[in-house]
Design a protein around this ligand. Structure first.
Ligand code: GAP
Length: 491
């Protein structure tokens, strides 16, 4: 019987111990919100990105792209990021602690949240809808009131209902200020306003500004898409939960350009296709769900939006968003650049600005979901076995070669087999310690197959192949190992 991961801390510790993820700049005390991918982490990340790239671009109607991270500053004015990509923040005048408004409210206990909600109801009758009585519903009402009207925060603060979580002072917060999440830098030697550029907070804009280039050079006709994998940067005020919210991360985004009027049909198609991708890579169905955005919560340019959520140990969280972005982005870039991004439909003899269906997944956040989903503990007779049950396509190593003992020439045979398999697949060789411990080490990093050279190998050139999940072993001819692995891995 397998049991799931209970706490992210267990995963953080395994990820470090086994070379998946290290804290950035660890020897200097670390850099908040940034992580380094170790030897196994980088393989896992590459496998995820490779699976996405194949699924999304090895088809007739989607082209690939790799746009630069630094883009013209006007791009971010057109996209709305300069004006709107902000979080409201407050500082404690007493101890200087800084909080994002929603995070501050989240940090309070249930009793305090109720007190705040009651304070709000007394100030603004009608803010709380009748019948809302769970803390979560009250919290949502307060969060809505806070985001709609900054004076609500000031009033709650003056009434001393908001203690600083760090120092406990009340009435000590500054008025909320907008904090833009884009990292700013300068291009060239002069650091003045005309030299400002931003590290992109999403890869999508690189796709929008190249819409006409790709359509023309690849002679693509609408409907078609452009896909891109790349780094994105957000100066998140509160990073949290390991890789879930970081300041530097990777996105896997695709913008699918369609004729207006056909957009909702394509939205539904991509929604299903993207969910299927996670399932095909072994993610458990019960841990995935769609979370549709209610109409009143949609961004002003969106006609529909749905998140694919995964159930992490800390609760449900978005791993991918699918959005119907209408013609907003292309129209804004037309307005700001003065260049036409209209599409001429040869058959219908009409011109229009295409609508966009966007699929936007975090590569790093998906990696975390795949890690959480793969993690399992199995109670055996006298020990607990930890195993990462990755889909074989994602596993960093596909097989390990293990001579049973270090004598009688078994290690030479093992090394020879390892070298020949290594030409085709990422494989691992290990001849140190008991065979049981070596199996456990491979289980813990998710290697699907362990090939053992034993005394029978010396007689008939056969080996055992152990399956990571069932621990069952079969015996096959040594020279059939490569074929066997390729068949089982379906690579
Ligand atoms: N172009 C649309 C866009 O960027 P988003 O919901 O802001 O939409 C899309 O981001 C995906 O990028 C999210 O579903 C998540 O997987 C990932 N993501 C966003 N912010 C992130 C962060 N700070 N750290 C890690 N991943 C993040």
């Amino acid at each position: 019987m397998f049991t799931d991961l209970h706490s992210i801390d267990t995963l953080v510790s395994l990820a470090k111990r086994r070379g998946f993820i290290f804290q950035s700049s660890e020897i200097y005390g670390g850099l908040n919100g940034c992580w380094d991918y170790g030897p196994l982490g980088v393989e896992l990340l590459r496998n995820i990105k490779e699976a996405w790239w194949k699924a999304m671009t090895y088809r007739d109607d989607v082209e690939g792209l790799d746009a630069s991270i630094l883009m013209h500053a006007r791009v971010w004015e057109a996209s709305g990021h300069v004006e709107n990509f902000t979080d409201p923040m407050v500082d404690c005048r007493g101890c200087k602690a800084r909080y994002r408004l929603d995070v501050l409210f989240d940090s309070y206990n249930e009793k305090r949240k109720r007190k705040i909600a009651e304070g709000l109801a007394a100030m603004r009758p009608g803010v709380l809808v009748g019948g809302r009585d769970t803390t979560a519903e009250l919290a949502e009402a307060v969060a809505d009131a806070l985001s709609e009207d900054p004076s609500v925060f000031e009033a709650l603060n003056e009434k001393e209902l908001l203690p600083c979580p760090a120092c406990g002072r009340t009435g000590s917060f500054t008025i909320p200020r907008k904090f833009n999440l884009m990292f700013k830098t300068f291009i060239g030697p002069v650091e003045d306003a005309s030299a400002v550029v931003y590290l992109r907070p999403e890869t999508a804009q690189g796709i929008f500004v190249n819409f006409a280039n790709v359509a023309q050079t690849m002679r693509q006709k609408v409907p078609f898409g452009i896909a891109q994998i790349g780094k994105a940067f957000r100066n998140e005020i509160n990073t949290k939960n390991f890789l879930y919210r970081t300041r530097e991360f990777e996105q896997m985004e695709m913008q699918f350009f369609v004729e207006p009027g056909t957009d909702m049909e394509w939205f539904e198609k991509w929604k299903e296709e993207r969910m299927r991708w996670f399932l095909d890579l072994g993610m458990r169905q019960g841990k995935l769900r769609f979370h549709p955005h209610p109409p009143e919560k949609l961004a002003h340019y969106a006609r529909a939006a749905v998140d694919i959520e995964y159930e992490f140990p800390f609760g449900w969280g978005e791993i991918e968003g699918i959005h119907n972005r209408t013609d907003y982005d292309l129209s804004r870039h037309m307005e700001y650049s003065g260049k036409s991004l209209e599409y001429f439909d040869d058959e219908k003899k009409e011109k229009y600005v295409p609508y966009v269906i966007e699929t936007s997944a975090g590569a790093s956040r998906s990696l975390m979901a795949f890690l959480v989903d793969a993690y399992a503990e199995e109670q055996l007779d006298n020990e607990t076995r930890t195993v990462l049950r990755f889909h074989p396509r994602l596993a960093p190593y596909k097989a390990a070669v293990l001579p049973l003992v270090n004598r009688d020439g078994m290690e030479d045979i093992g090394r020879h087999l390892y070298r020949s398999l290594q030409k085709e697949l990422p494989v691992f060789y290990d001849d140190s310690g008991s065979i049981g411990r070596r199996y456990r080490r491979q289980d813990e990093i998710g290697t699907p197959f362990a090939i053992t050279i034993d005394s029978q190998t010396l007689q008939d050139e056969t080996v055992t192949v152990r399956d990571r999940d069932t621990m069952q072993q079969i015996r096959i001819a040594m020279d059939a190992c490569s074929r066997y692995l390729h068949d089982e891995l379906k690579m």
